[in-house]
Structure formats: structure tokens, C-alpha cells
Write a protein that binds this ligand. Structure first.
Ligand code: E4P
Length: 216
């Protein structure tokens, strides 16, 4: 399963990239606003920190506007993945860009039928938002399972990018279902390594080691 960091914070991205566990990055207009940085400048910096896909989202709502923005964004670096919304114009843009060899992430997916459309449009990634789905009384993981089933039925190559991940259980369930990618805030990714028994175990081993008086 690929791990993407859901952030535009370059310090966080650099730290996670140094672990060798980071496969890509996703941003959105809210995350860019939170960074307080210039969109083009911060996206270029992120693209230099990871070799995998970096999602940069268009803000135009019409096909021509999306194509114009995508053309600017895809010139930033070879690993830019254009993020388009789940609308007819977004899907049309997805089809045009992927036919041209550009990676596309279709975002704001909340139903399996929407994911089916993204696959038909040739999307590189589809982003179902599990956290926001759960927040609104739906079952985010049931959505992931439905999309996995549909994509496997037809051998669609579109990768399921589980987004709006809030905690480790989302990561675990997505992995069990066989999602291709998950994107999570850096704190959630760092939290995956934590376990009280691991900490306790290290403490016990070090205490016993100290008693031996030895050094490595
Ligand atoms: C990523 O591509 C999405 O934009 C992001 O995961 C949304 O997460 P949120 O629901 O926590 O804003």
C-alpha cells in the first residue's frame, strides 16, 4: 500500500520523506491556504522532496479553465498529478489529460458510481473521502470495499486513493480491503508506529541491558 502525506507543510514532508516510507503527497486549496505559501512555489518545493506523485488541484469549474490551469501546473515538475473535482467538466478534463500522459487524481468522490465514472475517464487515482463520509453518517469503508469490487470486476487500472483519513483504523481497514494508496495528515502517519507495548518493551530491554554493563 502506498502512503501519501496529506499536507502542504514542507517541513513535515521532508521529515517523512527521510524515513523512506513516503510515496507521494496530496494537497488541496485548503491545505495550500493553511501553509500560507504561494501555490506554485510550495508545489515546486514539494515536488523536489518526493519522487512520487504530488497532487495539485485546479480551482476552475469549467473544462477550458481546468485545462488552462492544468497546463500551468503540469509544467512545475514531472511528478505533478492534476487534481480535478468529481464533476462532468472534471471528468472531461481527466479524460483529456490522461490521454495526453498526465497523471490525474479525481477528488471529492463520495459514491461508488462516481468512482466508476473516474475509472471510465481514465483517472490515475480516485479519491474517496472516508472521514467526511463517516462525518455525514455514511460508512466510508463500505464505499472503499464497493469501489475495490467494481474496479476488480473490470480490471480498471485506476488506483483507489483513500483520502480524508482521520486515524489508524482507517489505514488498517483500507489496507485490509486492498486500497492502493492512502493519504493522511503527517500526525496520523507518525501515529501508526506507536504502541504502548512497544514503548514498554524498549524501556524493559534497556533497563536489563544497563544491568549487564556491556556496550555495543
Ligand atoms: C486529499 O486529497 C483530500 O483533499 C483530503 O484528504 C481531505 O481531507 P479532509 O476531509 O480531512 O479535509
Amino acid at each position: 500500500m502506498k502512503f501519501f502525506a496529506d499536507t502542504a507543510d514542507t517541513a513535515d514532508i521532508a521529515e517523512l520523506a527521510a524515513t523512506g516510507l513516503l510515496d507521494g503527497v496530496t494537497t488541496n486549496p485548503s491545505l495550500i491556504a493553511k501553509s500560507g505559501r504561494d501555490f506554485m512555489e510550495v508545489t515546486k518545493e514539494i515536488c523536489g522532496l518526493v519522487s512520487g506523485p504530488v497532487s495539485a488541484e485546479v480551482v476552475a469549474l469549467d473544462h477550458a479553465g481546468m485545462m488552462r490551469e492544468a497546463d500551468i501546473l503540469r509544467k512545475i515538475a514531472d511528478n505533478v498529478c492534476i487534481k480535478v473535482p468529481m464533476t462532468i467538466d472534471g471528468l472531461k478534463t481527466c479524460k483529456a489529460l490522461t490521454s495526453d500522459g498526465t497523471m490525474v487524481n479525481v477528488t471529492l468522490c463520495f459514491s461508488a458510481n462516481q468512482a466508476l465514472l473516474a475509472a471510465k475517464a481514465g483517472a490515475t487515482f480516485v479519491s474517496p473521502f472516508v472521514g467526511r463520509h463517516d462525518d455525514n453518517g455514511f460508512d466510508g469503508m463500505a464505499l472503499i470495499a464497493d469501489i475495490r469490487l467494481i474496479y476488480d470486476n473490470y480490471a480498471y487500472p485506476t488506483e483507489i486513493l483513500v483520502a480524508s483519513v482521520r486515524h489508524g483504523i482507517h489505514v488498517l481497514e483500507a489496507a485490509k480491503i486492498g486500497a492502493d494508496v492512502m493519504t493522511a495528515p503527517p500526525a496520523v502517519i507518525r501515529g501508526l508506529v506507536k504502541h504502548v507495548l512497544t514503548d514498554k518493551g524498549i524501556e524493559g530491554f534497556l533497563a536489563d541491558w544497563a544491568k549487564t554493563g556491556q556496550k555495543i
